[in-house]
Write a protein that binds this ligand. Structure first.
Ligand code: GAL
Length: 826
């Protein structure tokens, strides 16, 4: 063995070509370690075999207890998403001070009206895969909602208050090898603990990691790229090790798995190895080129492989400079970002990679390049996807510091937990190239007062200590207060939530020389719903509890997208925006916080089912510079509005377009700077409705017609049409195909106002998982195989089982020709 290891080094130092060297090393490393690799470290996902109980709490559940009558569940699991929706759940008599309210009023649906409150237990019995002599065993929770208390074989081994954070526990001493071990987790969700649907349960992964006693510390590898150029990069790797006398050998592989560097740490600094590794001609990570490298850290004692950790990273350079703004790899750019809450609509908060990926693919098509995990730690899976698909990430921590927004919010834990919560966020996620900024908080009431300034400084310093490479922001809504107190001035990056009218003043007052639109727009709309007359208005409500998709309605504290666009386009010192929000989420049904049944948001650019609202195309027309956008609104099914003014908007990246109604020109509109709306939208305000065909023809700068788009008045709903985002999915019991169901008339025209009830059935190697129509007022449950269409559409989620083969989704509806789609599970 020893001679082989020596051979590796001499191979590396020899003067042969890189390809030959890499091949040589790969070959030798694999022959060296095949027998020991599998023993060096094992990571098991604790997915199956969980028992779940929600109800009266009993301390004996932690111990020897017969749980056979408990419900069998798979983790990740959200215990509340099956509902039912109930107005009484978490009903709050409050004044939402942050929204400018001074008198308490009854708020229903604020946290989604789903049964997330209460105590519950999860239990899992497991055996270790082998002996744990001279090993350490770690149990990692990627998040548990909330206040998890963890018991192993009846002994409490750990707890963590914040439901959004990752934490791990060394459980070696409580484990029994060769026998059953019982893991029991108690969770408790207090009422009035959130401003949105927080979910409930073991909603993220639970991992068991078995490694050698002498090994690399959990989250112990820290990779940065302090020097980046097109010809070479310096990769710095710090590795925390508990193995005196051991040697750390690090290899770096490129995207294709080809080894591009190898280094052996010669010196230990206490328990840390510090390596600087040169990569020639690096392929830089960016949203457009999400190139990733992998560092394989192998720890040897003599020739024995003690441990092996694989870390994916990217080579990229970020810089934030006054007068220049934000640059990635030397190029100035502005964040085209969205804020996201963590729920996945009909799946609740239970992590699902297919659902996360679908969200990102939709955002990618919109031209979005950045995500803010409002207002808490993102899932590890979301960060991995952002690395792979190319999204920059603003990773946030808290919605509250020491001062409350809600009665049982994070303020209960702030003093004792804030530091360790930040430490775990940074330690667990720091190697993700996608993360380009941290956020220490969102609109914390601590923006007022001297204590708040101290807290801001304290938190920012914790971030700096843990990660000197990324700046820190806070989303501020009390801009005047933060200008006066010094709160805004001390942050690395001042983030403004809304307050477009204060950008200039804040830029002058703050010393950083730049501002981030950490939260923008909060425009509200319901997919496919249009209200008349078409006027720009704050806090507008209607008897049907919907909002208008003309994209002119917003909140008392917010604005329409165009107002942000003006700042982004005209102020070089604004470094980008994060729109509230990319997708609708459960809870916070503003402007219907007091109206039942409203249980999910209207803020999304896409609805809760992930279907694009009109606003999607407004952002796409700006952000997706690679593809043309030409989108016409409203729909053209307005029986009863004949002869009435029905304005027509076009969202496009073409400069001008001509509108035709039943072949008659209604004139050419050109973008102009008259108003923000005229600058970013083409609008025909005086169109009088008549049924038929509405057509827009776009012209290029020479006046040549280059694209067109039509809306046709549809007849009666006739046939169901199905369209899957992916027809082939993995046979892993997790993967999901998202099938959009819509109805068309006899001639195939989409019926945009259809509300027919549809029924779903899946046969073969898959199962019906959930359905969602994006209607914020619907009380139909997501897991029942029937739902009404909303504005002519809904989305059915078909999930694989662990069987390979074909499956068929059948969709039927009374009086409608049914639809069928075949999917494959491989
Ligand atoms: C912001 C807040 C968000 C959300 C949004 C709605 O003030 O940070 O969490 O509440 O308003 O407009």
């Amino acid at each position: 063995m020893k001679s082989k290891l020596t051979a590796i080094f001499s191979c590396f130092t020899g003067s042969i070509t890189i390809i030959t060297r890499s091949a040589c090393i790969l070959f030798l490393l694999s022959t060296l370690s095949l027998s020991v690799f599998s023993q060096s470290r094992t990571e098991l996902l604790f997915t199956d075999g969980w028992k779940f109980f929600k109800g009266k709490n009993d301390a004996s559940f932690a111990k020897d207890f017969d749980d056979k009558n408990w419900k069998s569940v798979k983790v990740p699991h959200d215990w509340a998403i099956e509902g039912p929706f109930d107005k009484e759940i978490d009903k709050q008599m409050v004044a939402i001070v942050q929204n400018g309210e001074s008198k308490p009023s009854e708020k229903t649906g604020r946290t989604g009206a789903l049964p997330y409150i209460g105590e519950a237990w999860y239990r899992k019995t497991f055996q270790l895969p082998g002996s744990i002599k001279n090993k350490r065993v770690i149990l990692q929770f990627d998040g548990a909602m909330s206040e998890p208390k963890v018991f192993l074989n009846g002994v409490k081994v750990g707890e963590w208050n914040y439901g959004y954070n990752y934490f791990f526990i060394d459980v070696t001493d409580q484990l029994k090898a060769g026998e059953n071990n019982v893991l029991a987790v108690h969770l408790s969700n207090r009422p009035k603990s959130s401003r949105w649907y927080p979910g409930a349960g073991l909603y993220r992964n639970v991992r068991l990691i078995i490694k050698a006693e002498q090994s690399i510390a959990q989250w112990g590898v820290s990779i940065t790229t302090p020097v980046v150029s097109s010809t070479f990069a310096k990769v710095n790797i710090k590795t925390k090790i508990s193995a005196p006398g051991a040697t750390l050998v690090t290899t770096i592989l490129d995207q294709n798995g080809k080894q591009v560097a190898l280094d052996s740490a010669k010196t230990m600094f206490g328990n840390e190895a510090d390596q600087n590794i040169k990569i020639q001609n690096p392929r830089l990570w960016s949203p457009e080129t999400p190139e990733l490298y992998t560092a394989v850290s192998r720890l040897y004692l003599g020739t024995t492989l003690l441990d092996q950790v694989t870390t994916r990273f990217g080579i990229r350079e970020i810089s934030y400079q006054a007068g220049k703004g934000f640059s990635l790899n030397g190029k100035v750019r502005k964040f085209k970002g969205v804020c996201l809450h963590h729920d996945l609509g009909p799946l609740g908060t239970a992590i699902n990679i297919a659902a996360l990926r679908r969200q990102l693919m939709i955002l990618k098509d919109m031209g979005c390049d950045a995500i803010r995990s409002s207002h808490n730690m993102p899932s590890l899976e979301q960060l991995e996807l952002c690395d792979e698909l190319g999204f920059m990430f603003l990773a946030e921590t808290f919605d509250e510091w020491a001062k409350p927004k809600v009665e049982n919010g994070y303020h209960l834990f702030f003093d004792t937990d804030a530091e360790k919560d930040i430490v775990n966020l940074v330690k667990a996620t720091k190697n993700h190239p996608c993360i380009v900024m941290w956020s220490a908080g969102n609109e914390v009431p601590d923006q007022f007062g001297a204590e708040g300034v101290k807290r801001a400084k304290w938190l920012q310093e914790i971030f700096h200590r843990e990660d000197p490479t990324r700046p820190v922001t806070v989303g501020m809504d009390q801009v005047k207060a933060t200008m006066a107190s010094g709160f805004g001035a001390l942050l690395d990056i001042p983030g403004l939530n809304y307050r477009v009218h204060l950008y200039d003043e804040a830029f002058k007052a703050f010393p950083q020389g730049m501002l981030l639109g950490s939260e923008t727009a909060s425009t509200v709309s319901s997919r496919g719903i249009y209200k008349f007359p078409v006027v720009k208005a704050a806090a507008k409500t209607y008897p049907d509890f919907q909002t208008s998709s003309y994209d002119l309605e917003y909140c008392d504290w917010s604005n329409v997208p165009d107002d942000d666009f003006v700042l982004q386009d005209d102020k070089p010192w604004v470094i980008g925006e994060f729109v509230w929000t990319g997708f609708d989420y459960l809870g916070e049904p503003t402007p219907y916080d007091e109206s039942w049944p409203s249980r999910s948001s209207y803020f999304g650019i896409n609805d809760l089912a992930g279907l694009p609202k009109d606003r999607f195309y407004l952002y796409r027309s700006r952000w997706n510079t690679a593809k043309p956008t030409l989108h016409l609104l409203p729909h053209w099914n307005w029986a009863g509005r004949e002869g009435q003014v029905t304005p027509v908007f076009v969202y496009t990246n073409y400069d001008s377009a001509e509108l035709f109604l039943n072949g008659k020109s209604l004139g050419i509109q050109k973008k102009s700077k008259a108003t923000p709306q005229n600058r970013y939208r083409l609008m025909w305000m005086d169109v009088k409705y008549e049924p038929g065909t509405l057509k827009v023809v776009a012209y290029d700068s020479t006046g040549k017609a280059v694209a067109e788009e039509t809306k046709v008045t549809a007849g009666e709903p006739y046939r169901i049409v199905l369209d899957a985002d992916r027809k082939s999915i993995a046979a892993d019991g997790e993967d999901i195909s998202f099938v959009t169901a819509s109805v068309v008339d006899k001639d195939g025209n989409p019926c945009p106002t259809a509300t027919e009830r549809l029924n779903f059935e899946v046969k073969g190697a898959g199962k019906f998982k959930a359905v969602c129509n994006g209607d914020a007022t619907s009380l139909e449950m997501f897991d029942k195989p029937t739902m009404k269409l909303f504005s002519g559409k809904l989305v059915v989620l078909v999930q694989s089982t662990d069987k390979q083969g074909n499956m068929v989704l059948k969709v039927s509806g009374k009086g409608l020709k049914g639809g069928e789609i075949e999917l494959t599970s491989k």
